[in-house]
Design a protein around this ligand. Structure first.
Ligand code: AMP
Length: 272
């Protein structure tokens, strides 16, 4: 496995399928499932490990975000990764960087709660695509709105890359795996699986044609009672992130909220 810190050291790929998994490190089984999928579909696999400052707001956790690099490299090595790109911030950004703005879908939910977040994500992902030049890139459905934003960027800018979206890997009790779960106290960790429980219940009741607005209000009440500060709980079309009130083949129940100081997001796709 090669570990590369500067774009100029990236080897040129010729004619082979290169799968790419962009990450911010602090790797867990969720990341590994993306890497495994890439390994099964591509001849070579590259992973980037870069905590991207431009996707964090001023009051967010950029400086305290976990950076266990040695452990991450070991995990990549044993997963059979061919190349790790691990640049530093100075290598990635000049003083006044050009920035990608994906319209509409970035105005709502995560985009509204975290102004500038998706511009940061879209810009860094496009830069990473240009540096690594993969044929396919793998993203987790855990960050469902991010998937929608990147799909639109790839379509609108005619990028020659295929995006693959991979189901969310969960702990045995249903909590979506996340690098941020390590911030949870024992008590918060015990409450956190309530998110998936509620989202799954709402999704299955939507499939049974129950009233969507009432399901959502009840869900907010239940999760608030459990101790969450709910940012949003909605039923949306997963491509546009517009709220919908009829069950939809592309529908998803989405949630964001804080437990203690930790903000968690999750979603469940509805089966029609
Ligand atoms: P991050 O390091 O949090 O930026 O995540 C890197 C990639 O891993 C993103 O595409 C995430 O959506 C994906 N990912 C994060 N958590 C999970 C999970 N529990 N299951 C599947 N993919 C995940």
């Amino acid at each position: 496995m090669r570990v590369v810190r500067h774009p100029s050291e990236i080897p040129v790929t010729r004619g082979e399928d290169l799968g790419f998994v962009p990450t911010m490190g602090a790797l867990h089984q969720g990341h590994l499932s993306l890497i495994r999928q890439a390994k099964s579909e591509c001849q070579k696999v590259a992973v980037s490990i870069f905590v991207n400052p431009t996707q964090f707001g001023p009051n967010e956790d950029f400086s305290r975000y976990p950076r266990p690099l040695e452990q991450d490299l070991e995990m990549c090595e044993s997963a059979g990764v061919d190349l790790v790109f691990n640049p530093d911030v100075g290598t990635m950004y000049s003083k006044m960087p050009t920035s990608i703005v994906v319209p509409e879908i970035t105005d709502v939910f995560e985009g509204a709660s975290r102004p500038g977040h998706f511009n940061g994500v879209a810009t860094v992902v496009l830069k990473l695509f240009n540096i690594v030049t993969p044929t396919r890139a793998y993203f987790g459905l855990k960050d469902l709105q991010q998937c929608g934003v990147l799909k639109k960027m790839v379509e609108d800018l005619d990028l020659r890359i295929r995006l693959e979206f991979i189901p969310t890997l969960r702990e045995p009790d249903g909590l979506a795996m996340s690098s941020r779960n390590r911030y949870l106290s024992a008590e918060e960790r015990a409450t956190a699986p309530r998110i998936f429980e509620e989202l799954s219940r709402i999704a299955s009741e939507i499939s049974m044609n129950q009233n969507i607005s009432s399901l959502l209000s009840r869900g907010v009440a239940e999760l608030s009672d459990a101790g969450f500060l709910v940012d949003y709980l909605e039923y949306v079309n997963r491509n546009t992130f517009r709220p919908i009130r009829e069950k939809d083949f592309d529908g998803a129940v989405i949630f964001a909220g804080k437990i203690g100081t930790t903000r968690l997001i999750d979603n469940v796709l509805t089966l029609v």
